[in-house]
Design a protein around this ligand. Structure first.
Ligand code: SAH
Ligand code: SF4
Ligand code: F3S
Length: 492
């Protein structure tokens, strides 16, 4: 996600790395285009931003399939072009606007163009005024309305629905898996965010926090396992504040219905429910807010071998005054205690982070404290950004964005350089060790090698052996390491 320093590791919610300036990914790589002439229309979708957006695009694909729209990889062949957008930093929005210029040519050929996601929510009707070629503007909670809006747009009416819901979780919608490796999948367990980190636009674009019925989550995970998937990542802006109570009800097509769950369920309990489906189903989750991750969660992780020993625990800044300004609700010492707690309970756990350089008023000394907390925490990796002021946020209202761009960039470079060093040291310590690895497919560089991750979310690359395939577990001994990858060989 998405600043312009080429050395940056780009982040998204789940810690999947994304290439620089490739904020979006065209979905459906693996996917067969439907046969011409079966009477259905075609849609093309690009997704930008965090994994929640990628996961939402799979919900959109499911809703559209009900409306007789099938996905295509070819923009030129599409009756409907959709872009699922991100507003987290200014750069993310600029990228979307550039893509809209590219879609313009197709628009002239008669396709409809729709903007979905966080930018749709943030800009609302302004989008239709600013971007004349856009036909549809649909916010993250309004995807069920897409078929109606599309029907209207086909009759020449511009369509907008940016209603934010307190209930919508799309729990009853079976996502159409797009661009899948058949091994790992994402499951949204909650939507929205009730934290008010002062820099962040997400509470405005995604609305109030709400949790999804645990039984629908378990059913989705079980279905994935039965289809051969071996890893699920439970997704939310703040998974540790997941809570379901029997009275919360679920918004479905039939209206609000009560769940069959009779007890309250918190995140630790949900983790246990999903981990209990099968010992061969790995469970990951993202993202954790340090203030909400409980000992219960840590002990549940420790108890189940198949809950991966990896936590994305964004620090944002290592200085207590800046953390207060950011409204993160913890200070430096409290965060450091939390890190210690994680390593005490799970000495083999890897922790990663998000770091913001050059937040409003940040001094050199305060920046140094960010560097030192990164060392203390020994992050296996981090997603690192320069602060980008977002209109309407608390920080935009209260504080001046007063750190000059070149200072922000220099601080970011120091942060990136340090993280590369820490990651390399972290990985070098793995040399000689053997890890259980879930094979995800061929390595990027060679079809003679597999790639797969260990429990700590580290990517391993190793020569193939007959009889092994994607979705299998194997044991790999590490022989060498870079800051991003462990290189090894299979052991019996
Ligand atoms: N809910 C997640 C993060 C969502 S956004 C969490 O709380 O951890 C992902 C990351 O983008 C954030 O952790 C933060 O580091 C970064 N980010 C958010 N708003 C930003 C802004 N205005 N400028 C720069 N980085 C930002
Ligand atoms: Fe944004 Fe903070 Fe919510 Fe994360 S927890 S989405 S950073 S407001
Ligand atoms: Fe995700 Fe970007 Fe929205 S990070 S929640 S798509 S603003």
């Amino acid at each position: 996600m998405y600043d312009s320093n080429p050395t940056l590791e780009l982040l998204n919610l789940t810690g999947k790395k994304m290439d620089e300036d490739r904020q979006g990914e065209v979905l459906f790589k693996e996917f067969e285009d439907f046969t011409e002439g079966d009477g259905s229309k075609k849609f093309y979708i690009e997704s930008y931003g965090c994994q929640m957006n990628f996961s939402d695009s799979e919900i959109v694909a499911s809703i559209l399939s009900e409306a007789n729209y099938k996905p295509t990889r070819m923009m030129e062949a599409a009756d409907l072009i959709l872009v699922n957008t991100c507003s987290i930093r200014e750069k993310a929005e600029e990228t979307v606007r550039k893509r809209l210029r590219v879609f313009e040519a197709e628009k002239k050929q008669g396709s409809l163009v729709g903007v979905l996601g966080c930018m749709a929510e943030r800009l609302k009707s302004k989008f239709l005024e600013q971007e004349k070629l856009v036909d549809l503007v649909v916010g993250p909670d309004a995807y069920r309305d897409l078929p109606n809006l599309i029907a209207g747009a086909e009759d020449g009416e511009k369509g907008i629905n940016v209603f934010l819901s307190r209930e919508e979780t799309y729990a009853d919608i079976a996502p159409v898996r797009l661009d899948t490796n058949g091994v790992t999948a994402f499951i949204s367990i909650m939507r929205g965010c009730d934290n008010m980190c002062s820099f962040c636009v997400v509470p405005f674009t995604r609305g109030r926090e709400r949790s999804r019925d645990p039984l629908s989550i378990v059913a989705e995970a079980k279905d994935l396992f039965d289809k051969g998937y071996r890893e699920v990542t439970l997704l939310g802006q703040n998974v540790d504040s997941y809570k379901w109570s029997p009275k919360s009800g679920e918004n479905t097509e039939e209206g609000i219905v009560d769940s069959d769950v009779t007890e309250k369920v918190n995140f630790a309990q949900l983790l246990e429910m999903v981990a209990s489906i099968h010992p061969d189903l790995r469970v990951r989750f993202s993202t954790s807010h340090p203030k909400d991750i409980t000992d219960d969660v840590l002990h549940t992780m420790a108890k189940y071998e198949n809950i991966c020993k990896y936590i994305h625990l964004p620090v944002q800044s290592g200085n207590s005054r800046i953390l207060k300004r950011m409204n993160r609700t913890y200070d430096r010492e409290w965060y450091m205690e939390k890190i210690k707690r994680v390593y005490d309970i799970m000495p083999d756990c890897a922790i990663s982070s998000d770091v913001i350089a050059g937040f409003c008023g940040e001094t050199e000394e305060e920046h140094q404290e960010t560097l030192s907390i990164m060392e203390y925490s020994n992050y296996s990796m981090s997603y690192m950004f320069v602060y980008s002021e977002r209109p309407g946020t608390l920080a935009a209202k209260k504080y001046e964005d007063d750190i000059p761009d070149e200072v922000k960039k220099r601080r970011l470079n120091e942060i990136v350089r340090l993280q590369n060093h820490i990651s390399l040291e972290h990985n070098k310590k793995e040399i000689g060790k053997t890890f259980k690895v879930l094979i995800e497919g061929d390595s990027k560089k060679s079809d003679k090698e597999f790639k797969g991750r260990n429990s700590q979310n580290k990517m391993l690359v190793f020569p193939k052996k007959d009889g092994l395939k994607a979705g299998d577990y194997c044991f790999v001994q590490v022989n060498s390491a870079t800051s991003a990858t462990l290189i090894g060989e299979l052991v019996d």
